[in-house]
Design a protein around this ligand. Structure first.
Ligand code: MG
Length: 283
C-alpha cells in the first residue's frame, strides 16, 4: 500500500493510493496519527471517496516530530569514492568504512515535499545530493534486537540527504551542513513494509536527466536491522521516526571537479517500488 500526505484547506490529511492512482483520504487522521494508531494495534481507518481534483503531495511526514536520523558512509561504493578524493584524510575505502553506524540527524524543519525547491544557502558554494532509502518506524521501542527490527518498520520512503560539503567540513559536526532549510526532500509516499524488500531496493538519482547514482540497498554496510538495533540501544525509537540509511556512489563530491548543485538544476530520485521524488534547485 502507498500512503501520501496532502493538505485540504488548513487541514493536514493522509490517504492511500487506489488502483487507478486516485487518492483515497483516510477519515480523521494525518500520517503521524495513522502510524501511531497502527503501532497501537488499530485497524486501517475507513477511507472516504477519492479526491476529485489533483493535489500537491507533501512529504509523507511533512514535519516529523523529531529530527530525521541518518546514517553516513553506509555504502562501500560511496566510501570508496570519498576515499579517492581524500575525504577525512582517507587513502582507501577501508579507512572510511566505520566499525559502527555513523548516526547524525537533520532537523524536522529541513523536510520538504515533492516539487518543493532545494534552496542553496548563501553561506555555501558546495551543495551535494544523496539519494537514500529511508525507514519509517511503526511500533517504537528500546533495545530492539536486529532479529526483531523489521517488525518495528511501518514502511519506506525516499529521502534526498542534501548536504553543504563546505559546511560539513568547516563545522566538523554535520548538523549545519546537513540540516539547512529545505535540505531534506522526502516522498512521494510511504510504501508499507509488506510491499517492499528494504534489503534489495534499486536507488537511482539524476541531475537534469543525467544519471549520477545507481545503487541497491543490498550494498549497505550496516543493514536496516543493524541500524535499528544500534540506534535503539541508545534511545527509544518512536512511531513516525524516520531513518535515512545512507547513499550509494555517485555524489557530486566524488567527481573531479565536483558538479555541485546550482540554481535551475532539477534533482530526481527514484527507488523501485516506491516512486519518484523530484525537486528543483534555487538560490
Ligand atoms: Mg546521507
Amino acid at each position: 500500500m502507498k500512503l501520501v500526505s496532502f493538505r485540504e484547506g488548513a487541514r493536514l490529511r493522509a490517504g492511500r493510493i487506489g488502483a487507478a492512482g486516485e487518492i483515497l483520504p483516510f477519515a480523521g487522521c494525518d500520517m503521524q496519527q495513522l502510524i501511531e494508531a497502527r503501532a497501537g494495534g488499530a485497524d486501517w481507518p475507513a477511507t472516504e471517496p477519492p479526491l476529485a481534483a489533483a493535489v500537491q503531495l507533501l512529504a509523507p511526514l511533512p514535519r516529523p516530530r523529531r529530527n530525521v536520523f541518518c546514517v553516513g558512509l553506509n555504502y562501500r561504493s560511496h566510501a570508496a569514492e570519498l576515499a579517492a578524493r581524500g575525504f577525512n584524510g582517507a587513502r582507501s575505502a577501508d579507512d572510511l568504512i566505520p566499525p559502527a553506524p555513523v548516526v547524525f540527524s537533520k532537523v524536522p524543519e529541513s523536510v520538504v515535499g515533492p516539487g518543493a525547491a532545494i534552496e542553496i544557502p548563501l553561506v555555501s558554494s558546495a551543495v551535494d545530493y544523496e539519494a537514500e532509502l529511508a525507514v519509517v518506524i511503526g511500533r517504537g521501542g528500546r533495545n530492539i534486537a536486529a532479529a526483531d527490527a523489521l517488525a518495528h518498520v511501518f514502511g519506506y520512503t525516499i529521502v534526498n540527504d542534501v548536504t553543504a560539503r563546505d559546511l560539513q567540513k568547516r563545522h566538523q559536526q554535520w548538523l549545519l551542513g546537513k540540516g539547512c532549510d529545505t535540505f531534506c526532500p522526502m516522498g512521494p509516499c510511504i510504501v508499507t513494509a509488506d510491499a517492499l524488500d528494504g534489503a534489495n531496493a534499486r536507488i537511482r538519482l539524476w541531475v537534469n536527466g543525467e544519471l549520477r547514482q545507481d545503487g541497491n540497498s543490498n550494498d549497505l554496510v550496516f543493514g536496516i536491522p543493524a541500524i535499528i538495533e544500534s540506534i535503539s540501544a541508545a534511545l527509544t525509537l518512536q512511531p513516525g521516526d524516520v531513518i535515512a540509511t545512507g547513499t550509494p556512489a555517485g555524489v557530486a563530491m566524488g567527481f573531479s571537479p565536483p558538479p555541485w548543485l546550482k540554481a535551475g538544476d532539477v534533482v530526481k530520485v527514484e527507488i523501485d517500488g516506491i516512486g519518484v521524488l523530484e525537486n528543483p534547485v534555487t538560490r
